[in-house]
Write a protein that binds this ligand. Structure first.
Ligand code: GAP
Length: 455
């Protein structure tokens, strides 16, 4: 069973240290969240599952970690300065601002939904650019500034030649990046679903023009399967083709992977065919290549972003297929899927896939501060920790019932209890989160048991 509503998830996330409102003790800031001790592990695990599947398990993808601060020139030629905006309206009565295309879901700051608001006295919609700017250097006179990147993708495109030259890649191949992106959303909402600072997991996959549609289909399939492997049920995912009128300026076709979030069916990941728009826009000598996309003339680029065809020796600008997923939306989806209430057992648990669980195993000495038990627990923890499969922790509180409840709620797959039998006959009790079954395992077998479980 998934969470019935967002409130249950928000409450568990705060209570158990997954997600906190940012700047909380000063009243918080809208659209910003911090990841707590459990949240940071879950996020790291989701990102490493993505990196493993996109980079390590393939032989055609390289990684990149580029800067967040981005030159205005990059975002000029990418089209973001001109087009990265949402329609904004002001209420003439209370001066609040809303997204013109989301009025029916908006709240009036004076209370109640906007559609019931008496004033209905709104300005005409006008474009509001979503990029954050910051001054660069010691003089803040507006002459030298950078943007906080609104997507990680652009730095992949501007590093294209660096990566190609240093790795000798030819299409089809990809460049993957995970990192922060920033958008000054007019109305951040729905917990971590729409926020102003978030992380993206993006792959830019470069292909020969003409093979782009086949590769687009390939990536749709791959990405749907990946979400299923993270525990997101296939029946809760829907592939939606973005209507032509709603396509981003760079896209020939985009499919959104939609997920049934607690607040409704919404985009989890977008998979776009960006054509040769981006490399073409950032390239010098654009006229030398048969660029299909509608681009503006580039007078600043120092580099041609083309590749020589090994067969006919002609230079061409590759097309790009881009699967782009939000980490926060991924975290929300896997938490929602994992959230389970078992009335019969009077417990709430997170049935997270073990590779995503923040804590892989809790090692629990039955009696608090009993040095014999605690020493064994510490040794077991060290041995399991050294396997490098994720965080293992010792719970030295002496309350086994409370420990089981806490670890059910944060999704720990295994609890390993060190009790007085351990001292007598060298066995421990291993409890499985989902079945609650308890098994006696010899101390010398614990490492083996644990490794097999996570294999
Ligand atoms: N490079 C392509 C790109 O940025 P996008 O559809 O605007 O495309 C990709 O964003 C993904 O980033 C979305 O599918 C979503 O998961 C995530 N995302 C976008 N805006 C977000 C926001 N304000 N808060 C949280 N996640 C967001």
């Amino acid at each position: 069973m998934t969470a019935d509503n967002m409130e249950d998830l928000v409450s568990l996330c705060k209570r158990r240290g997954f997600i906190f409102p940012s700047n909380d003790i000063y009243g918080g800031m809208k659209g910003l969240y911090d990841f707590g001790p459990m949240g940071v592990e879950l996020k790291l695990n989701l990102k490493s599952a993505w990196w493993k599947s996109m980079v390590y398990e393939r032989d055609d993808v390289e990684g990149l970690d580029s800067t967040i601060l981005t030159s205005p020139t990059v975002l000029k030629y990418s089209g973001h300065e001109d087009t990265f905006s949402d329609p904004l309206v002001d209420c003439k009565v209370c001066k609040a601002r809303f997204r013109a295309d989301q009025l029916e879901n908006s709240e009036c700051p004076r209370g109640g939904s906007l559609t019931n608001c008496k004033s209905k006295d709104l300005t005409e919609a006008r474009p509001f650019n979503l990029m954050f700017k910051t001054a660069i250097g010691p003089v803040d006179d507006g002459s030298s500034f950078a943007y906080l990147r609104p997507e990680t993708a652009q730095q992949i495109f501007v590093n294209f030649k660096n990566v190609v030259d240093s790795t000798s890649r030819v299409p089809p191949f990809g460049i993957a990046q995970i990192g922060k992106a920033f958008r000054n959303e007019i109305t951040p909402r729905n917990f971590i679903f729409r926020v102003r600072e978030f992380e993206q997991m993006e792959l830019e996959y470069f292909v020969k023009p003409g093979s782009d549609e086949d590769w687009h289909k390939y990536w749709l399939d791959k990405r749907l399967n990946w979400w299923a492997e993270q525990g997101v049920k296939s029946e809760k995912l829907k592939l939606l083709e973005v209507e032509k009128k709603d396509l981003s300026h760079y896209s020939k076709a985009t499919f959104d992977i939609m997920y049934d979030f607690p607040h409704g069916l919404e985009e989890l990941e977008g998979i776009a065919n960006r054509t040769d728009f981006d490399l073409g826009s950032h390239s010098k000598n654009q006229k030398d290549f048969n660029i299909k996309a509608n681009i503006q003339e580039n007078k600043n680029s120092t580099t041609k972003l083309a590749i020589q065809d090994l067969e006919n020796k002609e230079w061409f600008i590759p097309f790009v297929i881009e699967p782009s997923a939000g980490v926060e939306r991924g975290v929300l989806a896997v938490l929602n899927e994992a959230y389970t209430i078992e009335e019969a057992n009077k417990r709430t648990l997170l049935k997270l896939k073990p590779h995503l669980s923040p804590i892989k195993a809790a090692v629990i000495p039955l009696k608090r501060n009993n040095s014999d038990l605690v020493n064994i627990a510490n040794n077991v923890k060290s041995e399991l920790q050294s396997l490098g499969l994720g965080r293992v922790m010792v719970e030295n509180t002496g309350n086994i019932g409370k420990n089981y409840r806490r670890h059910d709620e944060i999704g720990t797959p295994l609890c390993i209890t060190i009790d007085f039998e351990t001292l007598e006959n060298q066995t421990v009790t291993i409890r499985d989160r989902d079945t609650m079954k308890q098994e006696k395992v010899s101390l010398s077998e614990v490492v083996n048991y644990y490794s097999k479980y996570f294999k």
